[in-house]
Write a new protein. Sequence first.
Length: 318
Amino acid sequence: MISYCWIIPARAARKFEETEVTKIDFADDRVKIEIECANSEQSKIEARYLLDCSGRQTLLGSRLKVKKTYDHLQKFSVFAHYENIDRLPGKDATLIRMVRGLDRWFWMIPLTETRTSIGVVMDTKAFRGAKLSPEVALEKFIADQPLMAERMKDAVRVSPVYSATDYSYRNLQLTGDRWLMVGDAAGFIDPVFSSGVFLALMSAERAADILNEVLQDERKRQHLFNKYSRAVNRVMDTYLTFVNAWYERSREFLEVFLNPTETMQIAAAVNAVLAGNEGRSLAIKWRMWLFYFFVFAQRFVALSPRLSLVPKTADMAS
Ligand SMILES: Cc1cc2nc3c(=O)[nH]c(=O)nc-3n(C[C@H](O)[C@H](O)[C@H](O)COP(=O)(O)OP(=O)(O)OC[C@H]3O[C@@H](n4cnc5c(N)ncnc54)[C@H](O)[C@@H]3O)c2cc1C
């Protein structure tokens, strides 16, 4: 495991690379951790507070048994890097593309001028039912989806095939007397809206600011830690609502989402929220409410043009 941690004593920061946190102990006024470096050297470190940034390892969440997975988001993902993907011309070549099928969706994320991350997400149950290795599955899923197959006809895989499963979860408690959870260590809500890195940076920034204040005045701790938990949970709730709509009301959601109109600046509000606006202002709130109302109504009345999630094959197109 490539791992690292930062230790920030009173005046300077020390960075340890290739170092694993192997043990955490809490005292009333301190946190004590044990670390092991790549050369197997071990040492102990003490600090007043701990920021758990251990990602999906969720060191504290697992230890405190506060990690809650989402039963309805049991997804499987298989992905790899490729060269020679057919991209759009000009600056549109840098855009992320998503391809939505009936029971799965694909991402195409340009990483460099020539390299692209390709991944597919589907229900874990459906993947297990297919009884395929990740390598074979990725090739087959791409070949089965005409749009992906067309764009990837000359593609060459240049990385191993990776897979991840059941990765949506949240910790029921995000702070304690001596700790805060940050980024994926706090929770992760499905990759579909690419919220992971944003949430990691947003929570890291807030945790750092809050800790800075608390270090100067410990009496503020409870209040500021609660505020932090509320803010992080609020953003995760916002993404969870989008993600639920994407999977549970997928056709109606896509029909409305992919047909943005200027009407009452709803599209602008949706974009702002997806780009990280916490949506606390009334101006955003009522527009979001209306957006989800349109998604609900779309089930009964075609407010936006109807879409089919069935891939068009050459036969069907003719
Ligand atoms: C399938 C999939 C696709 C995704 N696609 C996107 C996307 O398109 N866009 C996006 O924004 N996000 C995406 N994400 C999410 C994104 O990768 C994460 O949200 C983001 O990396 C979280 O950052 P982090 O710093 O919290 O955790 P990480 O980046 O996971 O960093 C955690 C670090 O802690 C280290 N660590 C763990 N345990 C220990 C220990 N005991 N001691 C020391 N160090 C330790 C790890 O080695 C790691 O270096 C995706 C996630 C998945 C599962």
